[in-house]
Design a protein around this ligand. Structure first.
Ligand code: GDP
Length: 316
């Protein structure tokens, strides 16, 4: 992996994604060995509604970066069910151009599972890619729902791709996602759609103006591009570079990495507690009993929770 061998990297990721107990020890050892070599990449999240052009955009951007001699890893996060997983990805070939580049590494989402597990394995995969010398890690959200917040919590820069819609430009995208964005780009600014895209660009810029940004902080810009013709894609990347330069200089970069690491620690402790709780003998029957009591309104939830925690050894 340290030598940048993509086959070895892929096998390493498969090991850390494995849920088999027998693999846990080797996975931990691998992560520990590689940890000192992780952290060096520009981690960029890319989100947008299905059909916004994320994979086309990443194909174009990744191709340009590889042509400039950069090594790019592309990961995707899809915590949705196996059913929607299939229907969103379909059988279309994604990122055909980029997948042929020797400097690129593309890895689909770990097989769907609960949110916490997918987030954890993606974080570990980022570290492995960094140890393998990838300078840029693009993390794409594929599913809908919570994946934006999840990915925002593991990247240095969060890019949102938008589309010009009919009428209210804020429809079709959750307002909360706009607040997470460091950079926005209206995609498909080409052909007949170009004028509409540029109008949407102005409307989004106006809408963002109302989100208050502390003085001296980065003001998220709204750009326009076409992933299809590639016009404007290089400018989006220049803006990403400018964002990193400012964030490194202001200390925001280090502060964000630090708070992400602490949030991850917190999440792992919670997960460990949940597992330890579930592993306590005697909890399951008591839980089933209390659940029916709480459901029937016979026992208040806080009382039932205290009794359960005490039974598992977590209470007085
Ligand atoms: P994703 O679901 O966000 O990954 O979107 P895709 O990259 O699969 O793109 C959805 C559709 O939009 C595909 O048919 C693309 O060819 C098309 N598309 C993507 N980017 C552009 C663009 O910049 N201009 C135009 N005209 N079509 C685009």
């Amino acid at each position: 992996i340290r030598a940048g061998d993509r086959g070895a990297l892929a096998r390493g990721i498969t090991l850390i994604e494995s849920r088999a107990r027998a693999h846990h020890h080797d996975a931990d050892t691998l992560l520990q060995l590689l940890a000192p070599h992780a952290g060096g990449a520009m981690r960029v999240g890319i989100t947008g509604a299905p059909g916004a052009g994320k994979s086309t955009f990443i194909d174009a951007l990744g191709g340009q970066l590889c042509a400039a001699g950069r090594r790019v890893a592309v990961l995707s996060v899809d915590p949705s069910s196996p059913i929607s997983h299939g229907s969103i990805l379909g059988d279309k070939t994604r990122m055909e151009n980029l997948s042929r580049q020797p400097g690129a590494f593309i890895r689909p989402s770990p097989s769907s599972g609960e949110l916490g597990g997918v987030a954890r394995r993606t974080r570990e995969t980022i570290a492995l890619c960094e140890a393998a010398g990838f300078e840029i890690v693009l993390v794409e959200t594929v599913g809908v729902g919570q994946s934006e917040v999840l990915v925002h919590g593991m990247v240095d820069c969060f890019l949102v791709l938008l589309l010009a819609g009919a009428g209210d430009e804020l429809q079709g995208i959750k307002k909360g996602v706009l607040e997470l964005a460091d950079i926005l780009a209206v995609n498909k600014a080409d052909g007949d759609n170009r004028a509409r895209a540029e109008m949407a660009q102005r409307e989004f810029a106006r809408a963002l103006h109302y989100l208050s940004v502390p003085a001296g902080a980065w003001q998220p810009p709204v750009l326009a591009c076409s992933a299809l013709t590639r016009e404007g894609v290089a400018e989006v990347w220049q803006t990403v570079e400018a964002f990193f330069a400012q964030a490194r200089q202001s200390g925001a970069f280090a502060a964000r990495r630090r708070s992400q690491a602490l949030a991850w620690l917190e999440a792992l402790v919670s997960e460990g507690l949940r597992e330890a709780f579930a592993a306590q003998h005697g909890v399951t029957p008591l839980r089933a009993h209390l659940e029916s009591q709480v459901g029937a309104g016979l026992v208040p939830a806080p009382v039932a929770a205290r009794r359960l925690l005490a039974a598992a050894g977590f209470g007085p």
